[in-house]
Design a protein. Structure first.
Length: 144
């Protein structure tokens, strides 16, 4: 009986790894399909669930730039981070408290922000909304 229990645990663990790997592969395949896309039809692009009330769509990219759509639920957090990419973001909807290099600003529909390379930044979603992020060069880590 103990042996069967261990086999079931191992089988369950392996199946969970397989499901996780399959989902990651599907998301990466979808992201790679956006490479060089000239006409971007939002309805044709599946969401990637990032957890924590965030999901994204890789709209299009090439090696020099990338456009990403991020959907935030109220309370969703874009954890403070920095990267070598220059970033510009447009607030499509919602309200966000954006922090860039220690400075905070509340932004709403129609507003935007610019983040130079290697500057710490993050966002907290105060009212559910959507951001369009542009990166240069493209975020290779988003398609790996």
């Amino acid at each position: 009986m103990k042996y069967i229990s261990q086999v079931l645990k191992i089988t369950f663990f392996c199946s969970m790894l397989f499901v996780s790997a399959t989902q990651t592969f599907a998301q990466n395949t979808q992201a790679k399909a956006a490479n060089g896309k000239q006409f971007i039809v939002d309805a044709d692009i599946p969401w990637q669930d990032l957890g924590g009330g965030l999901k994204r769509k890789i709209m299009s990219y090439d090696e020099t730039m990338m456009m990403v759509k991020i959907d935030f639920q109220k309370g969703g957090i874009g954890t403070p981070h920095k990267h070598v990419h220059t970033q510009m973001s447009y607030v499509v909807s919602g309200v966000f408290e954006v922090t860039i290099d220690g400075k905070k600003q509340v932004l709403k529909q129609g507003d935007g922000f610019y983040i130079p390379s290697n500057i710490m930044h993050g966002a907290v979603c105060l009212e559910a909304g959507v951001l369009i992020d542009m990166f240069t060069p493209m975020r290779e880590d988003f398609v790996k």
